[in-house]
Design a protein around this ligand. Structure first.
Ligand code: CTP
Length: 440
């Protein structure tokens, strides 16, 4: 008999679940069904102050303010006097639905002295673009306008995204101010390299709004996320095994799920290392990306990263076999004959971490047959705390995915078919929950 337990809102097994794995269920399996999508949006309800200083790059902050507001954050924009030469209050007011702040004497009292009220209530402060002048004033502790006063009065984490002429950025005074602020715990981003507003190329560009959003998410996560102060290693994509200089043995993994999980773990406050096979994806901001190509390279990177990690999410589609000899010259056709490739087995990365008992290990099983039985076998063989099983054929190249979570204690949680980002959110929520239960 199957025991069914309500996890979210649904207490019956959904008939949409694929029949392939229903056959594998044992009489004592506990099935947990989840009808909704579990997630945690780190931006939701957070009070974020965007300090905009006087740089041509200020226009990019309009998009950031909009995106943060759409994610349910409460966004207060402070414009410095110089910023008002580049962007108008009306733009930000329309995008955030809140009055734009410029004057430190015009704030509502709210029980706290007006000019420091913003800093006291903030969850995060982001200064972008941060000009040389604004950085210098903050480093010196000057508080002669609303932005610098807010910074001095806040206990919230502070992010600065310097943007300026490359020579001004490289100047000894600016670098000293940046070093001082880093020492005080500010997160200071590196400017991007590229074409400046004036006709020159250099290091001084403001990073794009999605990068700034990722950094703000990391800042908030490290303050209150369920995985704060944890190190999480995520692998993603497929490995490639060279046949000759132009050909390889590979697989069809896009890496999407792994990249989503890495970004979510960052939002949950973890320091994330993403060890990735080649993909066409843009790496998530505020995540350390370690690119690899072959299984051996991935094994070496994973073993090194896991020395002090808390959680390993092994999402990569690892090539189990590699050509016995990778040739240094391109293979040529010879007459009509075919080609026989000799393949040797690659190391099992999770297998090598079997004895790493402190590490919370999560594997993935994309199967074509006997989904639950195969996944359970891997969970036990590789000594995992959790395995995420899915039907390989039904998910390759599809926007949606149906995954089933199996825990080491035998609990099986079938998630509904949903978008890959919803599935990733539910998977990470389950990992964080399980990990924290074990850590207690
Ligand atoms: N994995 C690994 N090292 C390998 C192969 C797989 O660490 N050489 C990991 C995968 O990243 C995944 C889990 O093991 O998290 C299961 O991978 P999968 O390819 O489904 O299983 P295999 O162990 O390779 O078994 P098989 O291919 O025979 O089904």
């Amino acid at each position: 008999m199957l025991q069914c337990r309500s996890y979210d809102r649904c207490s019956t097994i959904d008939v949409r679940y694929p029949a392939t794995w229903m056959h594998d269920l044992q009489y004592n399996d506990t099935i947990t069904t989840v009808s909704g999508y579990l997630s945690m949006n780190i931006l939701s309800g957070k009070h974020i102050i965007l300090g905009v200083a006087g740089s041509i790059a200020a226009y990019k902050i309009a998009e950031l303010a909009r995106n943060l507001t759409l994610e349910d954050a409460l966004v207060d924009v402070i414009l410095t006097k110089a910023a008002e030469h580049f962007v108008g209050q009306a733009t930000f007011q329309a995008l955030t639905g809140r009055p734009v702040l410029t004057d430190m004497w015009a704030l509502p009292e709210d029980g706290v002295v007006g000019h420091v009220a913003l800093g006291i209530h903030a969850d995060a402060v982001a200064i972008a673009p941060a000009t040389a002048n604004t950085l210098a004033r903050i480093a010196a502790g000057i508080c002669d306008d609303l932005l610098t006063t807010t910074v001095l009065a806040t206990q919230a984490p502070i992010l600065c995204a310097p943007a300026m002429n490359p020579q001004m950025y490289a100047a000894a005074a600016t670098q000293k101010n940046i070093a001082t602020l880093r020492q005080r715990g500010f997160t200071i981003l590196e400017p991007a390299v590229g074409r400046m507003a004036e006709p020159m190329v250099g290091k001084g560009r403001l990073p794009e709004p999605d990068v700034l959003e990722g950094e703000i998410r990391a800042l908030l996560g490290r303050r209150s996320g369920p995985l704060r102060e944890r190190q999480v290693v995520v692998t993603a994509g497929g490995t490639r095994e060279p046949i000759d200089p132009v050909r390889y043995v590979g697989n069809r993994s896009s890496g999407q799920m792994g990249y989503l999980l890495a970004a979510l773990a960052r939002d949950y406050g973890a320091r994330v290392k993403l060890i990735s096979g080649p993909t066409a994806l843009t790496p998530p901001p505020a995540v350390t990306v370690i690119p690899v190509e072959t299984t051996i390279q991935m094994r070496d990177a994973v073993l090194a990263a896991c020395v002090d990690a808390d959680i390993l999410i092994m999402n990569a589609a690892v090539a189990d076999f590699r050509p016995a000899h990778a040739l240094v010259s391109k293979i040529k056709k010879s007459g009509e004959s075919g080609l026989i490739l000799e393949l040797v087995q690659n190391p099992d990365i999770l297998g090598e971490l079997k004895e790493h008992h402190k590490l919370f290990k999560v594997g993935f099983a994309a199967e074509t047959d006997d989904l639950i039985a195969n996944a359970k076998g891997k969970l036990a063989r590789k000594n995992l705390q959790m395995i995420v099983a899915n039907d390989a054929v039904a998910s390759i190249g599809q926007p949606d995915i149906q995954v089933t979570l199996i825990n080491a204690d035998g609990e099986i949680t079938a998630l509904p078919r949903q978008s890959k980002s919803q599935a990733a959110a539910a998977v990470l929520m389950a990992i964080a929950q399980r990990f924290n239960e074990r850590a207690c």
